[in-house]
Ligand binder design. Sequence first.
Ligand code: F6P
Length: 319
Amino acid sequence: MRRIGVLTSGGDAPGMNAAIRAVVRVAYVHGIQVYGVKGGYNGLINGDMNVLTRRDVSGISQHGGTILHTARCLEFKTEQGRKKAVQNMKAAGIEGLIAIGGDGTFAGAHELCKLGIPTIGVPGTIDNDLAYTDFCIGFDTAINTVVSSISKIRDTMDSHDRIGVIEVMGRNCGDIALFSGVACGAEAVIIPEIEWDINQIADRLRNRYEFGVQTGIIVVAEGAGKAETIASDLEKMTGLDIRATVLGHVQRGGDPTAQDATLAARLAGRAVELLAKNKGNRVVGILNNSIKDFDIEEALAQKKRIHTKLYKLAYDLAF
Ligand code: F6P
């Protein structure tokens, strides 16, 4: 394989640039030229792909976002769109592809494999909702952003003897809420994977108030509920002063942590090595700190395990 493409797709994630840089640098070692595809799968369909040199990726690994830009591409869901993409890749002499993104990206990668283009998926999404890997690129940075944001919110909640309800991203996955909730010592963590009871949370807040503790933090995953609604309901149930914050897209930006930048380089490096051996239809991931690769379909079929022990720990740690 002498020429491959790389793209980023779906919601961007801090560390994607580190992955792009690693693709280009490791490919060079294998004598492989890299084309950067702009705007996710749209770039394949529109033929928006240009050579990425080692110099082009110099100094990008510590910056959030993606120099290739990203998008969700509906046209690629059509057979016509996919065929156009393959036509453009063949015209450019691109023999393989590395697709950095989440489950939707991987589904597209699998379609490309079926059309004869060896493709490797690299997990890049702050949601961390891919079951086959312990972590996705961007997740560690996102939870650090949430924890530092909650620290600021806690300052003002404490000053006003208020409870803060913080809504975080994750789509239908509660990992951002759970991991950041444990890290910041939240009084309650609400995630979509586990049933929760607002009456139990109200009782806990009342009991704390009777102990003289009027302030605290509740973290809710967006897939489990709305901070505004939960804050309003709890205020009515307890008479306490409660405020809601929706953290939003700040969770998707920022310079990647060392953990994410390193994970990105390790995963991207493995992806290039697989293509260099003409291996496609694989995704790369990390399990117990070892880099592994899996068949795309098998990876996508896996069900995400629920962190029940961590969820119970979050409950036990709270007062
Ligand atoms: O999938 C990543 C993610 O940040 C989700 O956590 C969030 O719900 C969604 O993307 C937001 O999408 P958009 O950036 O298109 O508003």
